[in-house]
Design a protein around this ligand. Structure first.
Ligand code: NAP
Length: 238
């Protein structure tokens, strides 16, 4: 029987590349994003059939509950959860509006906690499952103009390591991917030629390169509570 993988933020960018790679590995996908049409468009590009697209704002507890209940009822127990949903609102702290702080923390940090909690109920039945949360290299190193975004991503590190300890005895692994600059809608406003000089490999990464690392973490049976940096060497220069 194929494994069920839930990818939050699977409609675009890194999450879309993860969804495609997992479908190539024979997984059944539940692709989650706020925009259901975009999630459906991703599903249409996946290998195999039986995938589902669901609309859910992961920052809203009731929506998360309802969505994971639907997944459990219609698709069965979850083997993999990838938390690739995220937003950025870059600005210096003095110029950051409180509502943007709330949106960043609610989506990037609270949203991930809510989806993990909702998925765990199902994963406990699976007896072997894995979660990959997506942080950022700026959550490890900090970055001017990204105080709140960095804080949300740094929070994910503590959350991931703690949850890994909580659920290891149930054979559920939890790891964090920390990407550098990856070509997606999120970095569309950045010019690669301005940023690439600080990256030892000299270029931004592709969503497929980030997805490969997610797959590695999902499929590595003896790795849990770890942070895997995928940044072309950027953090060496930070
Ligand atoms: P992206 O291309 O902007 O895609 C973001 C995805 O998240 C979309 O599918 C979006 O769909 C979904 N999403 C956003 N808010 C949501 C919400 N409240 N509820 C449900 N889904 C939501 O971003 P990306 O570059 O692939 O980033 C993926 C993750 O990697 C993020 O956590 C990001 O912070 C992190 N990251 C990215 C980079 C980079 O360079 N790209 C670097 C480091 C870390 P809808 O808009 O339809 O909801």
């Amino acid at each position: 029987m194929s494994r069920l993988a839930v990818v939050c933020g699977g409609s675009r960018g890194i999450g879309k590349a993860v969804s495609r790679l997992l479908s190539e590995r024979g997984c059944r996908l539940a692709v989650v994003s706020r925009n259901e049409d975009a999630a459906r468009a991703t599903v249409a590009t996946l290998h195999g059939s039986d995938h589902v697209a669901l609309s859910c704002d992961i920052s809203k507890e009731q929506e998360v509950q309802k969505t994971f209940e639907i997944i459990q009822r219609t698709c069965g127990n979850i083997s993999y959860l990838v938390n690739a949903a995220g937003i950025n609102r870059d600005s210096l702290l003095l110029r950051t509006k409180p509502e943007d702080m709330v949106a960043l923390l609610h989506t990037n940090l609270l949203g991930c906690m809510l989806t993990c909690r909702a998925a765990l109920r199902s994963m406990l039945q699976t007896k072997e499952a894995a979660i990959v949360n997506i942080g950022s290299v700026v959550g490890l190193k900090g970055n001017a103009g990204q105080c709140v975004y960095s804080a949300s991503k740094a929070g994910l590190e503590g959350f991931t390591r703690s949850l890994a300890k909580e659920v290891a005895s149930r054979n559920i692994r939890v790891n964090l991917l920390a990407p550098g600059f990856i070509h997606t809608d999120m970095t569309a406003g950045l010019r690669e030629k301005d940023g690439a000089h600080s990256i030892p490999l000299g270029r931004f990464g592709t969503p497929e390169e980030a997805a490969q690392a997610v797959l590695f973490l999902l499929e590595s049976p003896y790795i849990t509570g770890q942070v895997l940096v995928v940044d072309g060497g950027l953090q060496l220069a930070m």
